[in-house]
Design a protein. Sequence first.
Length: 205
Amino acid sequence: MRTRMMLAIVTVLWSMPLLCQQPPSQRIIVAEGGAMEERGSARVLYWDTKLNTYAGQFAIDYGRPEWKKDYEDPAKFDGMTKGKVWRMGKDFWTILDSSLPLKISGKSVPPGYYYLGLRRSTDGAQWSLALLDPVKIRAALLDAYIINKAKVEFEVPVKVEHAKDIVGKLTIALAYQEKTPTHVTFKLAWGNFVATAPIEVTLVK
């Protein structure tokens, strides 16, 4: 009997550390998306007619959120944008992919792959195109929904105006004249909001 009691005590003492080490609460991961999403894309491609070969390109790929009537309320719009970086799109990140050196609003943008946002100053007076490093964002597992947690690598100023006509879904265009195709105008239109910036493209010789 005494031997059995000692064995029982030893068993309980041996089990106590295991009982105390409760497994941590497991994360519950859910997924969303997977269906086709509406995306827009604006691209300028250059072709060398003499050598009959490709001479570079750049493109902006973006989701197309719908404009809402209440965004036209200045107080609401200011609350959404002042002192913040807007994702400038919907769902996945808005992307700039360029094989050519660019100058946007006079600021050099090396060839590469960037995530984009639109930053407004705290006082609301200044707007700028925010360029972010996708490598750092991937490492931090950040989604465009929380773009304000991401580090902005650098910014380029944009001009903002309010239009009379309403654009129902976010639209980005890259416009140029046939005689001067390396002088491109970036234009973002969403609702009555319009942002523009000049882009100078350097063709690689």
